[in-house]
Design a protein around this ligand. Structure first.
Ligand SMILES: [Zn+2]
Length: 144
């Protein structure tokens, strides 16, 4: 086992679906909060908790993912309200990862895309001991 190394500004982050699987909070419910008004209407009318195949852009692994992810990725993330200034930093980062289909990004890249805070504040938020909404390093941070 390597020893723990602190995440840095160059550490790549993504949304860790394994983390979500271990939570009592459901990813489906949380994703539903990010739907635009139009999609909320169609989501309410039936199909919930459906899973779809999804290819991890980082590992090319095929995973099952909640279908709401696709709805948000394909539709809601392209609406102007999606990146609102009133979002908390964690919510804004979570939405950014849906919009880019969970391609791992460093705190510097996150800052460049969100245009808010600074990379160090972002690192302090997502790089601490508490994991927020499954935002975790994309690869285990270990040395050999
Ligand atoms: Zn939508």
């Amino acid at each position: 086992m390597g020893k723990y190394i602190r995440p840095t500004l160059q550490t790549k982050y993504h949304i860790d679906f394994d983390w979500w699987r271990k939570q009592s909070q459901s990813l489906h419910r949380y994703l539903a909060e990010h739907l635009c008004d139009e999609c909320k209407l169609s989501a309410d009318s039936g199909e919930s908790d459906k899973l779809t195949d999804w290819v991890d852009p980082d590992t090319a692994q095929v995973l099952s993912i909640d279908h709401l992810w696709y709805a948000i990725y394909n539709h809601c993330s392209r609406t102007p309200e999606f990146g609102g200034d009133d979002l908390t930093l964690v919510t804004a980062i979570f939405r950014l990862f849906i919009a880019n289909n969970n391609i791992p990004l460093t705190p510097v890249e996150i800052q460049q895309r969100l245009h808010r805070k600074d990379a160090r504040t972002i690192l302090r938020t997502i790089g601490g001991k508490t994991t927020y909404k499954g935002i975790k390093p994309a690869a285990p941070i270990v040395s050999d």
